[in-house]
Design a protein around this ligand. Structure first.
Ligand code: UD1
Length: 345
């Protein structure tokens, strides 16, 4: 297959390109080398440097079978001044890509989405059943009550694994832009009778991860702290639950989706992509620190307004629909992350 891979020079794109080529696909590697992600300076060979908002996109789409769209501004965003960049790169970039695909008759898309679309996820209240958690209150957080309450009775609730039909609940500019990308892709499918698969990644980690930047997730932040000889600083009480999924598995899921998107019904099909194993942030910090022989993590008790407490994806649909199961167990992958190389630009 001839694949157009956007964001090909990024953390995840690099791994997708390698695995796709190993499986015999031809990859056209596109990247705009956004300064915020790659810094200024010389660009490596083998990439077509192109902004998705450029008119030249039509030419690049000639003869392409499937687009695998990874290019995006990532992270939570530093503050409201980042909003236009998320909208322009993620929303407008995707809209322009889809319009160009329609002009060139390319009718298959694999889209990088994220667990962030679910926001706080879903919980079970013993009284009220399946609920979205109430927004955490400052008076709870300031006394160290970090778990959210039932939105109806205010009582204790327990998190549960979420499936792809969980309603969207964006909390950050990044989340808003990932939801927008899914909506644009869905509209494109309706207008063109096309097919899209959206892969909602859980917390991705592994070799080539960008070093600590204002846009980095917790695994990169802790890995960078360890590299500086510092202790990972764990917020809240460290009991926040996530699923850490290795970049090799994320890349495999993308290649499986590229190969199978044509077998899906017209329209957009979403899949959670997760390892299936839960970890707390505290456990993750200890695993990394122990593997590095570095300082033990410190619990700071700090908290951030936009953080979700627990969010865990069900990996079942991806197994049934794509035959995807993670191969790298987080205990092993996170220990290896202690010495995996990071990307510095
Ligand atoms: C992360 C990604 C998000 C992705 C999602 C998939 C980032 C910034 N966030 O969201 O894009 O969609 O995974 O599941 O890439 N924490 C610390 N110490 C720190 C920083 C964070 O303890 O120095 C804690 C936070 O309080 C939070 C947890 O680690 O509870 C995870 O934080 P983070 O990686 O920023 O965000 P996620 O919500 O997991």
């Amino acid at each position: 297959m001839k694949i157009l891979l956007t964001g090909a020079a990024g953390f995840i794109g690099t791994h997708i390109g390698r695995i796709a080529r190993e499986r015999g696909h031809e990859v056209v590697a596109l990247d705009m080398f956004l300064d915020k992600a790659h810094g200024p300076g010389e660009r490596p060979p083998g990439f077509e440097q192109l902004d998705l908002r450029s008119a030249r996109l039509d030419d690049v789409l000639d003869g392409i079978d499937v687009v695998c769209h990874q290019a995006a501004m990532v992270g939570n965003g530093v503050d409201a001044q980042d909003l236009p960049d998320y909208a322009e790169h993620n929303d407008a970039g995707t809209a322009r890509l889809l319009a160009a695909m329609a002009r060139r008759g390319v009718d298959r898309l694999v889209l990088a989405s994220s667990m962030v679309v679910y926001g706080d996820g879903r919980y079970t209240c013993p009284e009220h059943g399946d609920v979205p958690p109430a927004q955490r209150r400052e008076d709870d957080l300031s006394v160290g009550r970090y778990d959210p309450r039932c939105p109806v009775c205010g009582g204790d609730i327990t998190w549960r694994r979420i499936s792809e039909d969980t309603p969207f609940l964006p909390r950050t500019s990044y989340a808003a832009s990932k939801i927008a990308q899914e909506h644009y892709a869905s509209a494109w499918c309706t207008l063109e009778g096309s097919r899209a698969v959206a892969l909602r990644y859980h917390n991705v980690y592994g070799p080539g991860m960008p070093a600590d930047t204002p846009y980095a997730g917790v695994a990169a932040i802790f890995r960078s702290a360890i590299a500086r000889g510092e202790a990972p600083r764990v917020f809240e009480d460290g009991a926040q639950v996530r699923d850490f999924v290795h970049v090799h598995d994320i890349a495999r899921a993308n290649v499986l989706a590229v190969e199978q998107v044509a077998d899906h019904e017209p329209g957009l099909t979403p899949y959670n992509i997760a390892s299936g194993t839960t970890f707390t942030i505290g456990q993750m910090a200890s695993t990394l620190a122990a593997a590095a022989g570095g300082q033990q993590p410190v619990l700071t008790g700090d908290y951030r307004a936009f953080d979700v407490r627990h969010v865990v994806a069900s990996p079942e649909a991806a197994k049934a629909g794509l035959g995807f199961e993670a191969e790298i167990r987080p205990e092993e992958g996170l220990a290896a992350l202690a010495t995996d190389p990071l990307r510095t630009r």
